[in-house]
Design a binder for this molecule. Sequence first.
Ligand SMILES: C[S@@+](CC[C@H](N)C(=O)[O-])C[C@H]1O[C@@H](n2cnc3c(N)ncnc32)[C@H](O)[C@@H]1O
Length: 311
Amino acid sequence: MTVAEVYTRFAAREAHGVSPAYERLALAVARDDELHALLRGLPPAKRQPNLLFAVVRLLGGPVEDPAAFHDYAVANWPAIGAEMRSRATQTNEAGRCAVLLPVLAALPQPLALLEVGASAGLCLYPDRYAYRYGDHHVGSGEPVLDCVATGMAPPARLPQVVWRAGLDLNPLDVTDPADLAWLDALIWPEHTHRRARLRAAAAVAAAEPPLLVRGDLVDDLPALAARAPAGATLVVFHTSVLYQVPAPRREAFVEVVRRLPGHWIANEDLDVLRHDALPEPPSGASHNVLALDGAPLAWTRGHGQALSWFA
Ligand SMILES: C[S@@+](CC[C@H](N)C(=O)[O-])C[C@H]1O[C@@H](n2cnc3c(N)ncnc32)[C@H](O)[C@@H]1O
């Protein structure tokens, strides 16, 4: 895809109805030849809207006004480009636990959780958060995660987690102000609820830090999985990770994870993890597919805000 197509698609499929500021900004960048030329100086994987917008936010630049954004980006491109080259989008969205919970709660308890592409590990605490599926409430902790769920009975209980470990190329530490600032910059401008959620989830993780291992989801997964305690159901899971992994490595990962004991939960875009015979997604917005052991179960929205069960 061209740079213009990438930004137009982001505006329509991800930001529309979710972030008016980023929808406006992405459409403006889609028409901005000067920024296209600068972005084309970066490797294709580094040209994505989320990375550009988060880096500008991290550096203190404006993202609400497209004209001011343009001027800032052009004037500060050496610093912006350097940050975009060295960083990846590592958005860590605890809200995604709301779409994992129905699957986790239905597995044989207790659970040993292993998240690949864990970022700071905030999705490793599904047993500590509270959930609202419409009128149905589960759990009593903080943050409270809202999810519009259809096609299923919401889970009646929280899972019991006895081990939690994460694997990431670049694990983030929520007790490090610089890492927290990057996680904050990755949250979209109007999403004050997600900023509050990040602080609340970070407090949970800081109180009981997860085992976070620096490593690759293919090469280093078996060794970490071998550290899971006996007597618990090993659950390897990942949400919004595989789009950052080259296709041959995605296939290698699927082979590795299928050979492990326990269960495998994927919550990924259909473009990066294929499934056959799916029903139509609920709307034109971008959706992930939630799957257990390779069997698709539901469409989910990117930040865990909605779940449409079809299995
Ligand atoms: C968009 S973040 C998602 C974080 C978390 N799963 C969530 O849903 O909140 C993707 C994460 O995957 C990690 N990642 C990308 N490629 C990886 C690989 N080959 N091995 C391990 N982690 C990887 C990145 O460093 C990043 O932290």
